[in-house]
Design a protein around this ligand. Structure first.
Ligand code: PEP
Ligand code: MG
Length: 895
């Protein structure tokens, strides 16, 4: 197997094998750009090493052969005492993981080659600079021992830093640049002692051994703690491994005619065109990152070195034309000669992504299909979060980590219980904790936002909040949180329970008091209050353009989950093409709950019929409202699916009430009857109990009432000139016989109500029980459509409770990498997805015109939308706010 590729052998499409950096170095090499020669060791070599704990067979020989070729090309040998070739050894995974893995520079220096390097760096003739040359060589050597010691041999970095500080102290300076060659020579000796003390051996003098150990250290760094954390955060698979780039060194620290810099080909924050970059003369890359000295704007380079500047601009323009995208680059100038060290398609903000996509279309570099690819639903979601309307009045009192975006305002509470209590009273609350744990889940759900003084982007609070789409600022360490006293202090001020704060989950800013919130421009556009043709907002114009094209291209229709006229209306404004799920049990909350309670507990036909008769007109009015808003579009109404415990009073509470009343000698006959009934109906496991179709089959007249209400509403609408297209959906079906029973009754009622009127009512089922998916062929005989209920399908497919597990143990599963993401958030393609695929295929085989949709939460998840496109569903249905995201992703899946 080929493990080593010369830069000239690769190209930008080989990122899986060569990593992002290696693939792009290869691409630039082949474009004829000035890239220092080198080679890349593949990710496959890393994977093999990580699997077996040793370098794969053949790797050493291949490296030797490549190294020999490199030495030939450069006319120098690695570590040669007279004129050494030095190399850098850098990590580079498929996805950029900035600063997470290791780099070793100046490999090839030892006690002898440092002398040769000094001589070479001194130069000759008029330009000769023996002082500078010596200094440079010893400085390079001490950097090697330091980096190598730290990254390859785990020598504590502070010891080197400490020695460096001492050397500076002895010289009476704070600036590295004031250290002369002798100081640095002395520092090398001190570093070597530190190295020996910690490793029990001398610093390796054999250049090839240095190289091999550095390569191995880069491999190992794939599993360094921070890299593991970062991958989990960014959802980068844990098994990719990193490539290793071995590149001949060029030096930006050889004097004032040398330097190093970074640049973007346009502004990554706004997308505006121009020259964006920083330059630092007489420095190496790490100096820029470490912020040792202040950089100057890239424009300055024009004055310092016009030739290199012009060449750089020319290369940047070429790269943009070649990659058809914004690029970021790293470069070094060595004695007036420009070298390109890295390029990649640059990271950018969500807003810039849309703006740049539009610009590139205008510039003719990409077409609209490509523009749709260049943005994604997650970015669009970010642009839809409400924003704080900030003016001079509001100054942040502190700043934490923007862990989950959004703008939340509410009264401060310090315990989960208090959050639940106040929220139940209709208050908006912000849950403030030092850090959260699974016990806080209820409070997190009840709160508008979560604020913690500890923990980063992967803390429990952050992970869970993101999962719930809830605003979260974590790790605000300026806050002194005192939970028992129910207050926190920040910047000398005390904030007590009940005081109002505002937190911005995007920037991490924390404000005291209520900052007004406004819908983002993008939401105003979707709402129809901001005209894209009339605004000079480049972002809105770009969003409009991309969305229009996505709509033209997508095959999947997008519907919304909505249970009220208001939600339906918003969904329609946001582009929904119908309703994919109207959860009728949501229509029975509030004051109507009692009607359902009575119905469920009814012991006589009379009691039951009275409650049903009371419910019918209410239901009919509900449906008419929704049908009107969705005039002409299909509306899937799901027959009632309440887990019983959501509708019955809690058993314990009831028992206590009865006991207390008895104690007082009150008449409790009615309460006792209720208690007995609730006891009779009590279930240990209500989510797997009497719900969905089972309830419909057990309680006579319940489904019939709903079918009648739906059909009567449709007929009444038709009379008003409104086209209602109801689709009646039966929940929780596991066997075709269940559906057949419900259907027979429903068809009779529909025929009776519709009579001659031209209203068409479809009857279909949810596929949300694994058995339904596996017997979809049979079920399709009785169903005109399927809608996948992926919430229950996930719950029952995995066998874990959707109401309990997210806070209880998912954080641990995420930590362990068992999930990259909660399967309730993004469809588990391998397992639950397989059930969907089987049901779609077998359902269609039995009934070719079977309509297929999905109405679980996954209908609005970008990755899941792509999957539903692939398995050939007709539509996805999601919450109104996710409709634009689903439209965009459906378009992306199709182009
Ligand atoms: C589902 O199970 O995916 C579904 C849409 O139904 P509910 O979430 O109401 O159980
Ligand atoms: Mg369900």
């Amino acid at each position: 197997r080929k493990y080593v590729y010369d830069f000239a052998e690769g190209n930008k499409d080989l990122k899986d094998l060569l990593g992002g950096k290696g693939a792009n170095l290869a691409e630039m090499t082949n474009l004829g750009l000035p890239v220092p020669p080198g080679f890349t060791i593949t990710t496959e070599a890393c994977q093999a090493y990580l699997a077996s704990g040793r370098e794969p067979d053949g790797l050493a020989d291949q490296v030797a052969a490549r190294l020999a070729a490199l030495e030939g090309a450069m006319g120098k040998r690695l570590g040669d005492p007279d004129d050494p070739l030095l190399v850098s050894v850098r990590s580079g995974a498929k996805f950029s993981m900035p600063g997470m893995m290791e780099t070793v520079l100046n490999v090839g220096l030892n006690d002898r080659s440092v002398v040769g390097l000094a001589r070479q760096a001194t130069g000759s003739g008029d330009q000769a600079d023996p002082v500078g040359g010596e200094r440079f060589a010893w400085d390079s050597y001490r950097r090697l021992i330091q980096m190598f010691g730290k990254t390859v041999c785990e020598v504590p970095g502070e010891e080197f830093e400490h020695a460096l500080d001492e050397a500076k102290h002895a010289r009476g300076t704070r600036d590295d640049l004031d250290l002369g060659a002798d100081d640095l020579h002395g520092l090398v000796e001190a570093y070597k002692k530190i190295f020996r003390k910690h490793t029990g051996r001398d610093f390796p003098q054999d250049p090839r051994e240095q190289l091999d150990l550095a390569v191995r250290a880069v491999f190992d760094s794939w599993n360094a703690e921070r890299a593991v954390l970062y991958r989990r955060q960014e959802r980068i698979p844990a098994d990719l491994g990193t490539a290793v780039n071995v590149c001949s060194m060029v030096f930006g620290n050889l004097g004032s005619d040398s330097g190093t810099g970074v640049a973007f080909t346009r502004d990554p924050a706004s997308g505006a065109q121009g020259i964006y970059g920083d330059y630092l003369a007489n420095a190496q890359g790490e100096d820029v990152v470490a912020g040792i000295r202040n950089t100057v704007p890239l424009q300055e380079l024009e004055r310092l070195d016009k030739k290199s500047y012009d060449e750089l601009l020319d290369i940047m323009a070429r790269l943009e034309r070649h990659y058809h995208d914004l690029c970021d680059i790293e470069f070094t100038i060595e004695r007036g000669k420009l070298w390109m060290l890295q390029t990649r398609v640059g990271k950018r903000t969500a807003a810039a992504a849309f703006v740049i996509a539009g610009q590139l279309v205008d510039e003719g570099l990409i077409d609209l299909d490509e523009a749709v690819h260049r943005v994604n639903g997650a970015q669009l979601a970010q642009l839809m979060f409400p924003r704080f309307q900030l003016d001079h009045e509001f100054q942040a009192v502190a700043r934490g980590i923007g862990a989950s975006p959004g703008a939340a305002v509410g009264k401060v509470v310090f315990t989960s219980a208090r959050a639940v209590e106040l929220a139940a009273e209709g208050e908006r609350v912000i849950l403030v904790r030092r850090e959260t744990n699974p016990d806080d889940l209820q409070g997190m759900i009840a709160a508008q936002g979560i604020l913690t003084s500890r923990g980063g982007k992967t803390s429990h609070a952050a992970v869970v909040a993101r999962g719930m789409g809830k605003t979260c600022v974590s790790g605000a360490d300026a806050l002194e949180v005192n939970v028992p006293a129910r207050r926190f202090t920040v910047a000398g001020q005390t904030v007590a329970e009940g005081d109002v704060v505002s937190i911005d989950g995007t920037t991490g800013n924390i404000y005291l008091g209520e900052v007004p919130v406004m819908p983002s421009e993008v939401v105003q556009y979707f709402e129809g209050t901001l005209d894209p043709e009339r605004t000079d907002d480049a972002l809105v114009r770009s969003v409009h353009r991309v969305m229009t094209h996505a709509d033209q291209r997508r095959r999947l229709a997008v519907r919304a989950n909505a249970d009220t006229g208001a939600d339906a209306a918003r969904a329609r404004r946001f582009g929904a093409q119908g309703i994919g799920l109207c959860r009728t049990e949501h229509m029975f909350l509030g004051d109507r709950r009692e009607l359902v309670e009575r119905l469920i507990l009814a012991r006589t036909d009379d009691e039951r019929e009275t409650s049903l008769a009371a419910l019918l007109p209410l239901q009919r009015a509900d449906f008419m409202e929704i049908f009107r808003e969705m005039d002409g579009l299909p509306v899937t109404v799901r027959l009632i699916d309440p887990p019983l415990h959501e509708f019955l009073p809690p058993l314990e509470q009831l028992a206590v009430n009865v006991a207390v009343a008895q104690e007082r000698g009150e008449d409790v006959a009615k309460e006792e009857a209720l208690l007995a009934a609730v006891r009779r109906m009590h279930e240990e496991n209500p989510m797997l109990g009497l719900r969905g179709v089972r309830l419909g089959l057990v309680i006579p007249g319940l489904f019939a009432m709903q079918v009648r209400a739906i059909t009567e509403a449709a007929v009444a609408c038709a009379r008003d000139g409104v086209t209602a297209r109801p689709e009646i959906m039966v929940p929780l079906v596991g066997a075709v016989q269940e559906l057949e029973t419900v259907r027979a009754e429903a068809e009779k009622i529909i025929a009776e109500v519709v009579g001659e009127g031209g209203v068409e009512v479809l009857i279909g089922t949810m596929i949300e029980v694994p058995r339904a998916a596996l017997t979809a062929g049979q079920i399709a005989e009785a169903a005109q459509f399927f809608s996948f209920g992926t919430n229950d399908l996930t719950q029952m497919g995995w066998g874990f409770s959707r109401d309990d597990v997210e806070g209880a143990f998912f954080w641990r599963y995420l930590e362990l990498g068992i999930f990259g993401i909660s399967p309730f958030e993004s469809l588990d393609r391998d397992g639950v997805g397989r059930l969907v695929r089987i049901a779609a295929e077998e359902g269609r085989a039995a009934r070719p015109d079977l309509k297929l949709g999905v109405c679980g939460e996954h209908g609005g998840d970008p990755d899941s939308v792509h999957f539903f496109h692939q398995v050939g569903l007709d539509y996805v249905s999601c919450s109104p706010f996710r409709v634009p995201i689903a439209r965009l992703e459906a378009g992306r899946a199709a182009v």
